[in-house]
Design a protein. Structure first.
Length: 520
């Protein structure tokens, strides 16, 4: 029997309590009291706060973060045991909400609940916001590489609305336990929701690793003339295949600001090109990618050949429209059967060669890649970022990444060919990108004429089975707490470039009247 099980059984009057269990409980209580005293805090209150520990996720039967078939029950059991053991003075009422309706049903019966610990162990349930809206003290927690997008957008939304919401986004579970223990404040004199949130914020900042040495190798940026870059953008075209996501009205605002044409095309045009693609040419690309890979893990030769055929199809469609970039609603197209292969490997090749291949039909990131990539001659890396305050890191995660981060004429970094993570199908890319270098992460909002900007030093290529295949960790340059701020207004994606792009970014923004927003 685990320690957590023993603690749970001790609180149940119908279960036998052995002398050994009793003594263990006394020891745990004494240790907790000693810790409180050592930290200069008040002793735990006599009454325990009653906290609903609610796990949010959708069923793992489909393509999701962390991945299809993920064992949510096992993870929830593990986290419940750790929290119960680490917070002996908090009474947890454990449940799961897979959508907003289930969240509201729980809330309707929560008259005696003091607060909510919303643990996001998967994505896009839509449930967390309902708990924040109750006005009761709420703690949002991201189970890293599981709930990250919903966490970042939800917490930024709650913070902007001044809701009673605190947050933990850390690979160190002790940070979650420390914040959960602060629910005890609610049973003290003047123990308000505001006091709880303030204490959690202070604990998060205290547990955040200070920024380290930002010194990096020499990596000069050779930017082209800004006027030449803008002239090229005015003659460029981005293809938008099958819809997708980005800021509303992105196509029109891109044309209005840069003069870049955005041409919507249907999946059937790409699929027809795929069907017509030379299989000999597809096999040549498959062999090229396979021979250069450090490892090929899940995909079969046929998977990789199909990716080669998709790349040949994209080249054909780009040539037909005289376009320099293509953004495909890849998930929607693949899951609906309207395209037969993921474009991930082909996107990598396009980006390595100085063109733009963009995931999920994301036009906002596409123009960011086209504009700043054209300015500095380096490819951008679209990602779904994850935050880890315990290491002062932001982790850029996606199943597409370039392998020539210093430009088409630069060196190639190693890579693995993997399956697409969320559904474990097809072929995608784990790029092992260079470490120790400064990166600049950007996103252009053409309608608002604003550019998000933050920087970080690359420190690790994280090997984690959950979520997207490439995970490049960068230590944040600046204030990581500030970096929690803009996800509600800008969405989850960001585009990362190698190098210190501050000067060329500012020059381009000045020339076209865009405002730079410092995220960190």
């Amino acid at each position: 029997m685990s320690t957590a099980d023993r603690v749970s059984r001790m609180s149940c009057c119908s279960c036998p309590l052995s002398r050994r269990h009793f003594l263990a409980g006394c020891a745990a209580g004494a240790a907790t009291l000693a810790t409180w005293k050592a930290e200069g805090a008040e002793a735990p209150p006599a009454a325990k706060p009653r906290v609903r520990l609610v796990f949010t996720h959708v069923p793992s039967t489909g393509p999701i973060w962390p991945n299809i078939g993920y064992d949510f029950d096992r993870r929830k059991k593990e986290l419940t045991e750790r929290l119960t053991q680490g917070c002996p003075n908090v009474e947890f009422v454990t449940s799961t909400a897979m959508n907003a309706k289930e969240a509201q049903q729980l809330i309707a019966g929560d008259k005696d609940i003091d607060g909510y610990l919303v643990y996001m162990v998967g994505l896009w349930s839509g449930a967390p916001r309902a708990f924040a809206a109750t006005g009761k003290p709420t703690l949002y927690v991201d189970d890293l590489y599981a709930g990250s997008g919903e966490f970042l957008i939800g917490y930024a939304t709650a913070r902007r609305a001044r809701q009673k919401v605190a947050a933990v986004s850390s690979s160190r579970l002790d940070d979650v336990i420390e914040a959960a223990r602060l629910f005890e404040i609610l049973k003290r004199p003047n123990g308000t929701a505001d006091a709880f949130v303030a204490a959690c914020d202070a604990a998060r900042k205290k547990g955040t690793k200070p920024m380290g040495d930002m010194k990096c190798p020499e990596d000069p940026i050779k930017a082209v003339d800004v006027d030449a870059c803008l002239a090229k953008l005015r003659t460029s075209t981005i293809l938008a295949v099958g819809g997708g996501w980005g800021m509303p009205g992105s196509g029109k605002s891109i044309e209005g600001l840069f003069g870049t044409k955005v041409v919507p095309i249907e999946f059937k045009e790409v699929h027809a090109a795929y069907e017509a693609a030379s299989r000999d040419e597809a096999r040549k690309w498959a062999e090229t990618w396979t021979q250069a890979a450090e490892r090929v893990i899940e995909p079969t030769p046929q998977d990789i050949e199909n990716s080669g055929a998709m790349y040949v199809a994209m080249l054909d469609v780009l040539k037909r429209h005289n376009a320099q970039g293509i953004a495909i609603n890849c998930l929607g197209g693949f899951y609906s059967g309207q395209i037969r292969a993921f474009p991930c490997l082909g996107f990598c090749q396009l980006n390595n060669d100085g063109l733009v291949g963009a995931c999920e039909g994301d036009l906002t990131s596409s123009i960011t890649m086209l504009a700043f990539g054209g300015l500095v001659g380096r490819p951008g890396f679209i990602s779904d970022p994850v935050m880890d305050t315990s290491k002062n890191q932001i982790i850029y995660a996606h199943c597409v990444a370039p392998t020539k981060v210093f430009g088409p004429q630069g060196p190639s970094n190693p890579y693995h060919i993997r399956s697409h993570s969320e559904d474990r199908k097809g072929a995608s890319m784990r790029s092992l990108m260079p470490l120790g270098y400064m990166t600049t992460t950007l996103e252009i909002h053409t309608a608002q004429k604003e550019v998000l900007f933050h920087q970080g030093k690359t420190v690790e290529n994280i090997d984690e089975d959950k979520a997207c295949r490439t995970k490049l960790a960068a230590e944040v340059k600046g204030d990581i707490d500030k970096l929690f701020g803009e996800w509600d207004r800008w969405g989850w994606h960001r585009v990362t470039f190698y190098g210190d792009l501050r000067a060329p970014v500012e020059a381009l923004c000045k020339a076209i009247g865009m405002r730079v927003i410092e995220e960190a």
